[in-house]
Design a protein around this ligand. Structure first.
Ligand code: UT7
Length: 327
């Protein structure tokens, strides 16, 4: 029994905010943001949108691309760090909205590595429950509701959106083509952090909404090492050279991190998928949005060596190397 990505989908809110728009209210400039991150613009959720609504649209698109009904989904995972509520899970509401009536649903809290983590959980579940089982894996974020819009060192990096993939079993006879490597370095947990949980007792009086706090430099330093290390490890396991990767789809956090990794790995720029200029960093949604764009742009063809790598708060990191579209 083989596992295969049966269809992908994505959703970006229609509202586009450029660097120049941000510079109207923030002490920044288009030149600084683009030079330091590779970002020109980002999509931000409108007042009627949320992580649930984006996840539902991306999930619906992936189901349509796979040609399957929502009732056929057995496992529904939503990777997010900007859930609609702390409880219940975003996935529970998405399950209702999509009509995945036969699915168990849960959120994956692994920040920017969330989609890769959840895809690997789906691979494990489908391997254990082979047959007609199918999983819908979504990465969805509304980071615009959790960033500090007064902090120019972090808010300029983020955007909103969602991406999704349907994974299912098939009998194509393509097995053992997928390699994965997932890790967490909790010693760096404080570098990317948002209060609002049970860490501290409930304070008296009105409290400001907790926002995302990021120490950019240590995260950058961690990322420029983690990204190539994951790829080297995956290629080593698969017995291929890093230059044999046909399409590298890294988390879209900063073009300088991506370029530095590609250079160290000897992966030519035309084999690296990027959309950071117009999508920015959408955390758990970053990789599935990029994958869906790559599919629609005809950049993913059967038999290609494809590598997805995520890294982010936790500090989490990890990747999947696969022969598209098999897992
Ligand atoms: O998805 C989760 C993973 N997250 C990441 O991967 C983020 C990793 N970190 C980064 O991408 C980078 O560290 C940033 C893009 C956040 C910052 O870039 P940097 O090159 O490390 O800049 P910096 O923090 O060293 O700041 C350089 C200067 C500072 O001014 P001084 O102290 O040199 O006078 C900052 O105050 O740039 C200033 N600065 C800005 N200037 C204009 C910081 N943010 C801005 C801004 N506009 N938006």
């Amino acid at each position: 029994m083989s596992l295969k990505i049966l269809g992908t989908g994505s959703y970006l809110p229609p509202k586009i905010v450029t660097n120049a728009d941000l510079a109207k209210t923030l002490d920044t400039s288009d030149e600084w943001i683009f030079a330091h991150s590779g970002i020109h613009s980002r999509h931000l959720a409108g007042p009627d949108e949320s992580t649930v609504t984006s996840a539902v649209r991306a999930g619906r698109a992936a189901l349509a691309a796979a040609g399957i009904d929502a009732s056929e989904i057995d496992m529904l995972a939503v990777a997010t760090c900007s859930p609609d509520y702390l409880l219940p899970s975003t996935a529970s509401i998405v399950q209702k909205e999509l009509g995945c009536v036969n699915a168990f649903a849960f959120d994956m809290a692994a920040a920017c590595s969330g989609f890769v983590y959840a895809l690997e959980m789906a691979r494990g579940y489908l391997t254990l429950h082979s047959g007609t089982t199918k999983a819908l894996v979504i990465g969805a974020e509304t980071l615009s509701r959790i960033v500090d819009w007064h902090d120019r060192a972090s808010c300029i990096l983020f955007g909103d959106g969602a991406g999704a993939a349907v994974v299912g079993c098939c009998d194509d006879g393509v097995d053992g083509v997928c390699h994965s490597y997932l890790r967490t370095d909790g010693t760096g947990y404080a570098h990317l952090l948002r209060e609002g949980g049970t860490h501290a007792p409930i304070a008296e009086g009105p409290r400001p909404a907790p926002t995302l706090q990021m120490s950019g430099k240590p995260v950058f330093q961690f990322a420029v090492k983690a990204l190539p290390n994951v790829v080297e490890r995956l290629c080593g396991e698969a017995g291929i050279a890093t230059s044999d990767i046909d399409l590298f789809v890294p988390h879209q956090a900063n073009i300088r991190i991506i370029d530095s990794a590609a250079k160290r790995l000897g992966i030519s720029r035309d084999k690296v998928f990027t959309n950071i200029d117009s999508v920015a960093n959408t955390s758990a949604a970053s990789i599935p949005i990029a994958v869906d764009e790559a599919v629609r742009a005809g950049r993913l063809r059967e038999g290609m060596n494809v590598c997805f790598v995520g890294f982010g708060a936790g500090l989490t990191y990890g990747g999947i190397l696969t022969r598209w579209p098999y897992l």
